[in-house]
Design a protein around this ligand. Structure first.
Ligand code: ATP
Ligand code: MG
Length: 623
């Protein structure tokens, strides 16, 4: 395994068992299965040789020095105890002397570039805030954004927040129905979109959104703007770049985020301005942002990752953020990393698997000496993918975990800590995480034994915790047991305190009395050179309850067939043991994904069983 100067990474061939001697075999009787996810060598970090001293070092912060109050005190706040996300993201850096620093470096699909300094972006956001205030939008009303990753999208988000208007982002590839459903659920008062998207996707469903009073269009040259709509460019030109930030309270609603819809109908998660404290803390401890960094978050602001880490957190830390308008393309992405001197990169497992598919040679054609930290979120990151990072990028990929409801990163692999590939890391400072079992009657039992699996729970009290599901109070209440928020994800904790993802509670397979996590089976299959991606489900079986079935997409150059199927079965049995290995393997050209890049196992299952597909509003076209 290669190491490289300045990355602080070394590989440990003699991997230790992170579950310690107390490793329980309750869930997997065969010894082979207990360690299936843990077979990859530990990646050791040598703090002294890291290019930049991390904000979170093993000897600091984790100890007790951390407090949310101290984090809050690093922010400016508003007079009278107010707090506003956009004020912290734009006005605070400007006041601290970073006004001339490059905030947003936009790369257009066709090669155009636009650059905004902190002060430039602040002035544009002020203009937007002034314009919508003049239109009559008031604090607490909802503005939806539906746009490609254009600079105007960022200006609109930040400007609306500054005006105290609630922002709800929609992914621009949504079709008319998902747009209408979310906008009517969220009682949209205003919409920012492009003229083309408006004509194609919003105009046909306008009648379903009776609350919508203002449509602000980014003119994309697709024709004259329809009557009754506003030209955003003209509004911005006519507005003032001086705007006094709305006196928003910390507990005031700021963002309405719809979940990815991986497990069912998307939920609207309510977030407040106080979330900015988590965005700040996680920008420090999980992403290790330093003021001179060039940071690229590949997620679209239509999803929570693209909002919390593609807009807010980087600006809070005064870094330069890269925004690429174009869709995924391996060569383009490598070029951006190399030519734009990206130093910190935050991306997703699906993208990494697609880069793996494109081959390490392509990665090595574009050296990127400035890149020092790579992180990933959204789905479990297979150990294969973590170590591929070392081989192809010269850096391991740091998995971290969170969800729309948590508003920010909760559990992470951070630069100063060793990585055990397959683990999602440890709780960040300020986050108390536990493994719990739900008891009949509503209570929970905390599971202390390392290695035993249960639901991941988080102790209430972190600032970016969601404050409700829109119009679903009962569902929200059911997410809590006393002081604990129950995440719906099944995990194990090892003897060192790191967490390992097993599966979503809905996806965990019960076969012959064993609980089987799809992630472990998928990761074992991915170790085989023929497999680029795998999705695993439980298929009802009269004898065993459920049997494991795997859907496998192959790398270019491999042909599906009986021989390969037998080979994969044998590989899985060897790695996982007979009770956990798939009983059936089907080859598919590609797996169904959500538009945010997650494997939709519920869809694999519905299709397998001939059941209704349920809500497919977030499915990637062609899946
Ligand atoms: P829905 O709640 O509508 O079904 P979703 O849960 O996919 O959709 P998000 O909030 O976007 O919506 O995703 C959060 C979920 O993604 C987590 O609960 C977890 O299941 C999964 N996830 C995120 N990061 C990781 C990770 N590092 N490892 C494993 N799973 C992850
Ligand atoms: Mg969810």
């Amino acid at each position: 395994m290669s190491t490289r100067r300045g990355t602080g990474v070394a590989n440990d061939a003699a991997s230790s068992n992170p579950f310690g001697t107390a490793m329980t075999t309750r869930t997997h009787p065969e010894a082979a299965t207990a360690s299936a996810l843990m077979a990859a060598p530990r990646i050791r970090k040598e703090a002294a040789s890291l290019a930049v001293r991390p904000h979170w070092c093993a000897d600091e912060t984790a100890g007790g020095a951390f407090s949310w109050a101290a984090m809050r005190a690093r922010l400016a706040g508003l007079p009278g105890g107010g707090l506003n996300i956009a004020f912290e993201a734009l006005d605070r850096p400007v006041r601290e002397g970073r006004g001339a620093h490059l905030a947003l470096h936009w790369l257009g699909e066709d090669g155009d570039e636009r650059r905004f300094t902190y002060d430039g972006l602040r002035r544009q956001a002020n203009r937007f805030a002034d314009a919508v205030t003049r239109l009559g939008l008031v604090r607490g009303e909802r503005l939806f954004v539906l746009a490609p990753r254009l600079p105007e999208l960022y200006v609109a988000i930040l400007g609306a927040l500054k005006a105290g208007v609630v922002v709800s982002p929609l992914f621009s590839a949504f079709g008319p129905e998902p747009i209408a459903t979310r906008m009517s659920l969220g009682q949209a008062r205003a919409l920012v979109t492009t003229s083309g998207l408006f004509a194609r996707k919003v105009a046909p469903v306008l009648a379903q959104i009776p609350t919508l009073a203002h449509v602000l269009l980014i003119d994309d040259g697709s024709g004259p703007l329809p009557a009754g709509t506003h030209d955003l460019g003209a509004l911005l030109r006519d507005a003032s770049d001086d705007f006094e930030c709305a006196p928003t309270r910390p507990d005031e609603m700021a963002l309405l985020h719809f979940t990815s819809g991986t497990t069912g109908r998307p939920k609207g998660a309510v977030h407040v301005h106080e979330a900015v404290v988590t965005h700040y803390a996680t920008g420090l401890y999980a992403l290790d942002l330093h003021a001179e960094d060039i940071f690229w978050c590949t997620a679209d602001p239509g999803w929570v990752t693209g909002m919390s880490y593609g807009v807010i957190a980087p600006l809070l830390h005064g870094v330069t953020m890269i925004v690429d308008e174009a869709e995924f393309d391996p060569e383009r992405w490598y070029r951006i990393l190399a030519e734009r001197n990206v130093s910190v990169w935050y991306t997703a497992p699906t993208a990494i698997r697609m880069l793996m598919k494109a081959g390490s040679e392509l990665a090595r054609r574009f050296p990127h000496p400035k890149l020092r930290f790579v992180a990933s979120v959204g789905e479990p990151l297979n150990p294969e993918a973590v170590t591929w990072g070392v081989e192809a990028l010269g850096l391991p990929i740091h998995d971290n975990w969170w969800q729309t409801e948590t508003g920010g990163i909760m559990v992470a692999n951070a630069p100063a800590f060793d990585i055990q590939p397959g683990s999602m890391g440890r709780p960040l400072p300020g986050i108390e995480a536990a493994v719990v079992e739900r008891l009949a009657g509503g209570g929970i039992r905390l599971i202390d034994e390392p290695g035993e699996q249960g639901e991941l729970a988080l102790k209430r009290g972190w600032p970016s915790m969601f404050r409700g599901y829109l119009n679903e109070d009962e569902r929200y209440r059911k997410c809590f047991a006393g002081d604990w928020y129950l995440t719906g994800d099944v995990v194990r904790r090892d003897a060192e305190g790191a967490f390992w993802f097993v599966g979503r509670a809905d996806d965990v397979i019960k076969s012959a009395g064993h609980l089987i996590g799809p992630f472990e089976v998928e990761s074992a299959l991915m170790e085989h050179p023929a497999v680029v991606e795998a999705g695993v489900i439980g298929k009802p079986d009269p004898l065993l309850g459920e049997v494991v079935k795997a859907f496998v997409a192959l790398r270019p150059g491999f042909e599906p067939g009986d021989a390969l199927q037998r080979e994969l079965m044998a590989h899985a049995r060897k790695r996982l043991g007979a009770a956990v290995a798939p009983k059936e393997i089907a080859f598919v050209p590609a797996l169904p994904h959500t538009r945010s890049g997650k494997i939709m196992r519920r869809l694999l299952k519905a299709r397998e069983l001939g059941l209704p597909e349920g809500d497919t509003s977030t499915i990637e076209t062609g899946s």
